[in-house]
Design a protein. Structure first.
Length: 439
């Protein structure tokens, strides 16, 4: 599979210059001022580091969007147990391929972010849980860690201080469920990757039942930039509640698919038409999935939305992992939804009955509709099954499977009814759905 091209705006992005300068090599990173942010952070009180990251409005960029600094602040200061930092590099959301760039190109920026974050929460051990299929990224990451140890950037006396930090890589086994933070911790402990009940949350009782912070690759990689240039600089780059830049993976029926580092809050229309070159072949846009396969779809009349967590939530979708999938007028939505649902059925861990059984039934019904048209009752049953899953599972995988079904059937119901009535794919335009009033 060819590696997609990396793009950014005319300002050059924030992490893109480090990726382009091959900062998987220590020499290149040091030439760009690498590890100066870590030196600065190591000389600061931990509370000030956390406060700066909080004020920068850096959000968790793996999907949930929780403010990173606030999350770090949940670590109990009086706990006698060891603290752990865990990096979630188990990138598996369909339509998302951003973290791979950072791991392979801005490797030392990621390591520097780990040093800063670990010091802020008083952790001395960091684990990188990386997707098992990421063989080359794992090799590059390990080579950078080895370089850092040799240069005494990691290990005892980090950067000449009395601070100690050890970093280890753990390769996953290919299970999508282990992207959920508590399933990841279970897997890291050598157990089956089943999500845990919460509370307690990982910050209180995480890895080995000790206080743990789990952060996404992209989130941590931006931390050194915040420490170098100040929280005010980063906060001003994005929106009022969501600072900075972030990586958007744009795929589907566009002329220039790829990964784009752009300011948070750039409109979806700008991304699709100005950056990704519009819909290929001059065809019409039919719908867009804005935040990875689990996010509810948007119709063409909704693409003026700003691509940040709050704006998308206000119109009933979500930014998630920022995996944008554009589909043209010839797309069969039944086929698309069946592929999406089959993925979640396959990846369900089976712990929760609503998810285990519900994804199975949705998969069967969609397959039947695609095979022989199904029946009109199927069009009513699908949202009912999805609603039975929503909010009734331990982890968000059940919701991730249900939300696309609810979104597709709400906004494109007539197309599914046409399938059921005629047994054929209708590629025409249905216009009965009206968008909600924008917040």
């Amino acid at each position: 599979m060819p590696f997609p091209t990396l793009f950014t705006d005319n300002k050059g992005g924030v992490l893109t210059p480090y990726i382009n300068q091959e900062c998987n090599k220590l020499k290149n990173y040091l030439n760009l001022g690498g590890y100066e942010a870590a030196k600065k952070a190591l000389s600061m009180p931990a509370e000030q580091v956390i406060d700066d990251v909080t004020k920068s409005n850096l959000r968790g960029l793996g999907g949930a969007g929780f403010p990173a600094g606030r999350k770090w602040g949940f670590i109990p200061k009086d706990s006698p147990k060891p603290k752990y930092l865990v990096i979630n590099a188990d990138e598996s959301e369909p339509g998302t391929c951003k973290d791979k760039y950072i791991i392979m190109g801005a490797t030392h920026a990621l390591l520097e972010g780990m040093i800063i974050a670990a010091r802020a929460i008083n952790a001395h051990t960091c684990y990188i849980y990386i997707r098992g299929e990421y063989v080359e990224p794992t090799q590059i990451m390990q080579a950078a860690i080895d370089e850092a140890y040799e240069a005494k950037i990691l290990g005892k006396n980090v950067l000449g201080t009395d601070y100690t930090l050890d970093v280890y890589i753990h390769r996953g086994g290919g299970a999508y469920i282990c992207g959920e933070e508590t399933a990841l911790l279970e897997s890291l402990e050598g157990k089956k990757g089943w999500p845990r009940m919460k509370p307690p949350f990982p910050a209180i009782e995480g890895l080995f039942r000790s206080p743990t912070i789990v952060n996404n690759v992209e989130t941590i990689a931006y931390v050194p930039m915040i420490m170098n240039k100040g929280w005010e600089w980063f906060a001003k780059l994005g929106t009022e509640r969501n600072g900075g830049y972030r990586f958007y993976s744009i795929s589907g029926h566009v002329n220039r698919p790829g990964v784009y580092e752009l300011p948070v809050g750039t409109t979806l229309r700008t991304m699709l038409h100005d950056y990704a070159g519009g819909i290929r072949g001059g065809k019409k846009l039919k719908l867009v999935v804005p935040g990875g396969s689990s996010s509810p779809p948007l119709r063409p009349e909704e693409i003026d939305v700003k691509m940040d967590f709050d704006s998308l939530a206000a119109i009933g979708s979500m930014l998630g992992s920022a995996g944008i999938i554009a589909m043209d007028e010839d797309t069969c939505l039944l086929d698309m939804l069946m592929v999406t649902t089959r993925f979640y059925h396959h990846e369900s861990c089976g712990q929760c009955t609503p998810c285990r059984e519900g994804t199975g039934w949705m998969d069967k019904i969609l397959n039947r509709m695609l095979r022989d048209g199904g029946r009109l009752q199927d069009v009513n049953n699908m949202p009912d099954i999805a609603n039975g899953i929503m909010g009734n599972t331990i982890c968000p995988l059940g919701d991730a499977a249900a939300m696309p079904v609810l979104g597709y059937f709400k906004k494109f119901r007539e197309e599914f009814e046409s399938h059921a009535k005629t047994g054929k794919c209708h590629k025409g335009e249905f216009t009965s759905w009206k968008p909600a009033v924008k917040a």
